[in-house]
Design a protein around this ligand. Structure first.
Ligand SMILES: [Zn+2]
Length: 359
């Protein structure tokens, strides 16, 4: 990569088109937060749901308003799980949503989903849902040449540890090797990580899947300590409160546990309302392992490209910084060591093509 290209690229980094083409690796995005709005609208009409029929109003109903102040309850109010009346509905929304992901320049994604979200209202079989979601997503990924693996999300407020173990045991019987990890999401404040030690001991003992824990997003760093020491977390979702805990930062460096940072999500949920002081650049400069993710782009009314733009604008990130973070993110992934090596070669090629096409 020539120095002149880097200089040129640094100058045009905020160019949205260029950033769309920049190949990206993403590890923290919820399928339920990246739904295709047109498909949601069609499902609403077909299933006669009580949602706005005017398309613009429907969009407002589904998404966090642009330029709105941080507002946790408003953000939370955008998640619904009543869209589906049949398994075909689920299949449709998954296929059409995953088909869009490549357009944001994604090279590889670890996409997480909660079987409970799709199953709850109609009491669909959780295993049927798990198979169906992966089939539909795989099909969309193949058609768009997107490399994809999956993380199963378990929700703090919806399941107890024993119920999680029951479902997890059944999922294991499915033998789906594209599931690479297990995630704990949901209300951190009212359902602290200690309540789920039994489940994650079980996952760790089985030893097939890696562990990703949402922690330290709206709680202090003690939850991150619990996640890494007691829940065997290989990776942390958010973890901004680590900025206040030097000892934890050193431990994250030592164990190479990555924090998947989602700047726009953190602003909207009020987890970190003052974007210019977001911990991401400070952690990155101190070599604490960090990665860039979107979290819930459709709900946020923003793409992963918008996260990149926010980061470049506020933290003076250069082309080299972005390349480094993306290579680091491959290390942070739940791929095997062999798969990581292959992914790095693939990613290098994608990067070379990007540079050639845009020089
Ligand atoms: Zn998340």
């Amino acid at each position: 990569m020539s120095a002149s290209f880097q200089k040129e690229f640094n100058k045009s980094l905020l160019d949205k088109d260029l950033l769309y083409k920049f190949p990206k690796i993403e590890l923290h995005r919820h399928l339920e937060g990246t739904f295709d709005l047109d498909t949601l609208y069609d499902l609403s009409v077909k299933n006669d749901l009580d949602t706005p029929r005017d398309k613009a109003e429907f969009k407002e109903f589904c998404q966090f308003p642009k330029d709105h102040d941080s507002d946790f309850l408003l953000f939370l109010g955008k998640f619904h799980n009543y869209w589906y009346k049949s398994l075909d509905d689920v299949s449709k929304i998954v296929f059409n949503s995953v088909k869009n992901i490549k357009k944001e320049g994604l090279h590889y994604i670890e996409l997480r989903f909660s079987p409970e979200h799709y199953a709850l209202v109609n009491d669909f079989d959780r295993l049927d849902i798990t198979k169906l979601v992966i089939e539909a997503a795989d099909q969309a990924a193949r058609q768009t040449d997107l490399k994809i693996k999956y993380i199963l999300t378990f929700n703090r407020g919806k399941q107890k540890a024993d119920e999680m173990i029951d479902l997890y045991k059944k999922v294991l019987d499915l033998n789906i090797d594209s599931i690479v990890g297990v995630d704990l999401a949901g209300d951190e404040t009212n359902f602290p990580p200690e309540q789920f030690i039994k489940f994650f001991d079980f996952v760790k003992n089985v030893g097939i899947h890696k562990i990703d824990i949402h922690a330290g997003e709206v709680t202090d760093s003690s939850q991150i300590w619990t996640a890494i020491d007691k829940l065997h977390a290989d990776r942390i979702g958010h973890g901004e409160s680590s900025i206040h805990d030097e000892k934890l930062q050193l431990e994250l460096i030592k164990r190479q546990i990555y924090l998947c940072q989602c700047v726009i999500s953190n602003f909207q949920t009020a987890a970190w309302s003052d974007t210019p002081s977001h911990p991401l650049p400070r952690l990155f400069r101190k070599n604490v392992p960090v990665s860039i993710s979107s979290d819930d782009p459709t709900i946020q009314n923003a793409t992963l490209v918008d996260d990149y733009r926010t980061i470049i604008k506020n933290f003076d990130f250069t082309f080299q910084d972005l390349v480094k973070i993306n290579f680091d993110t491959i290390d942070a992934s739940f791929l095997s060591e062999d798969q990581k090596s292959t992914m790095k070669e693939d990613y290098s090629q994608a990067l070379d093509s990007f540079i050639k096409e845009n020089s």
